[in-house]
Design a protein around this ligand. Sequence first.
Ligand SMILES: [Zn+2]
Length: 303
Amino acid sequence: MASPAEKAPAAIQKDNVEGSTILPYKRESSSQTDEEDAKRSRIVSPFDDLNIDDDTILHKVTTRNLCPQCNKMMKYFCYRCFCTVGMDRSEIPFIKLPVHLDVIKHEQELDGKSTAIHSRVIANEDVDIHLWRNMPEFESPERTLLLFPGPDAKQLKDIPRDAFDRVAVIDGTWKQAKKIVRETPALQKFQKVTIAPRKTYFWRYQQLSENHLATIEAIYYFYKEYEEAYENSRGRYDNLLFFYRFFYNLIQEKYRSGTKEFCHRHRQGYIQYDASSDQKQQEDTKGSAKEEPKTSGESKSPE
Ligand SMILES: [Zn+2]
């Protein structure tokens, strides 16, 4: 989480990844098969309406594999080399971004937990990840956008397209991100850009509001708003959430199946249970309010 959207107004803007609902289990005719029943009781993912490729290939990866470049054991992709692991690069989507993205990462943000890496893997020609202390000098800071909220931040719709060449985003906790901006004079020359307030689907708990997004969500919404502001298209950059949706669904699945327990560090209502588990959710929520959680649920790359 690094690039929180601004504090939400009373009415949070509706977006097409919002409004996830649970389809009630209801048998309409006795001829339905178990398979149909299963489909019917399936949770509707908040990502269902997005233009994200099928991720069957990710479900086939059940173990860690050797990264072909660094020989470390990794799952899905290598967070050091940014290549796919256990599958061919051609088996996952590729996105060409209209503006180069520079991710500035706080040294303490753990590699394996960073969602910004998803963008580096998917849009591999257009994303660079830099450690904050080794950040390169930007040639034209005044022509670089910094995705960061604040009173001086504008939305893309209010910025002419010919006013910028690149965009930078900070990857780290909100506290780390603020420190980076405060202590980096170069970043203060960047034009601040912000995105409309949106609700996060992040599973890694942070104590701010639900409008503080995971870094990949902020990146995705930036390009979505780019598309709305300058391109007459829709869904062109949705695959930025290819891994995020997969991990989100995987986590939801684990909690629903009882492999992991719900704890109060998760935003209430975050974990969607099917109708038969409503009771369990209420009990869990009640119980967890009394005791400190033992599990943090902070894993960004569940396995
Ligand atoms: Zn590697």
